[in-house]
Design a protein. Sequence first.
Length: 152
Amino acid sequence: MNRLIATAIVGLLAAPALAEGDAAKGEKTFNKCKACHSIISDSGETIVKGGKTGPNLFGVIGRTVGTYEDFRYGDDIVAVGEAGLVWDEKAFNHYVEDPRGFLRETLDDKGAKSKMTFKLKKGGEDVYAYLVSVAPAPEPAAEGETEEKSDD
């Protein structure tokens, strides 16, 4: 019984947080994003064909900021990631609403710059929900990670 409860808790912790937005609306709003961003799964399946000016957004939720492999980010967004920030709903919505403002506030640097100049003034929570909906399934817990240790 304890093992079942522990497995359920680990599963909940590993799953992406439920997004507050509307994924269906976010899919439509993502049309504004696909000029620069695509969504292509790790297996190569094209979910949304888009531009390559910005990084692939498959699996972006929960990823450390500025770390998509083989994409050349600006120094300031890399610095945010190096400080440990992970894309969650709050950070994502703040960034898409005002990328430069997000970097300046997060880094406490009035000179911080963003390569992303587009501002999504509304609907960020819906795009976030959409990205969660197309995200890869969480990795299953490794064998033994969910077992409770006994005091026996």
